[in-house]
Ligand binder design. Sequence first.
Ligand code: MG
Length: 224
Amino acid sequence: MKFKDNINTWIFDLDNTLYSADSGIFQQVHRLMGEFISKNLNVDLTEAKKLQSKYYKQHGTTLRGMIDNHGTNPDYFLEEVHKLDYSIVGPNDLLNRELKKLKGRKIIYTNANKQHVINVLERIDLTNFFDEIFDIKMANYIPKPEIKPYEQIIDLFNINPKSSAMFDDIARNLVPAKKVGFTPVWIDAGYENFSDDIKSSKNYLDYETRDLSLFLKDVNDGAI
Ligand SMILES: [Mg+2]
């Protein structure tokens, strides 16, 4: 059975999946998070960076660590760390062409907030393309790769996992995807996210690609 004959629900991560990892957006978010921690916990930037990295590793997101340890207001945090210069992100015509050929529902599933998704989609010419957006607020601030929000998505959008594929640049986010029955596709962006655990996630990755647009082209051409 061909990939496209099997799949009618397409679940995409946003950052570093639907636009390039070297756009610099991630670096901006990273910097703003450090500054937020420094300002709000009244520590210097070096200490703030240590906490940022520690919370990311221990809690899945820096935000989750800030909520659990300091009672940070999540909406305020998300608003502050997404005050970004989006002008550096632009559309990928090949990717957009292949995305538009896919049949079925398209969903964005991100650990970021909805306003960030809207801002990015506008820059990459995909405004109103996706049927659903599932953001960190809808997940009650429980990030990937915790399994709960994956189960929540299935219920909320009435998804049949067996006919769903999920795309993400972080391998460990695909472990729960596989566990709930999605077909996982890892976008190997060519760098190792410091929180990722590629080695132990490998067994869960049904597909891997260095380039999402080429992968989707193969899907649409029936080569996979
Ligand atoms: Mg990502």
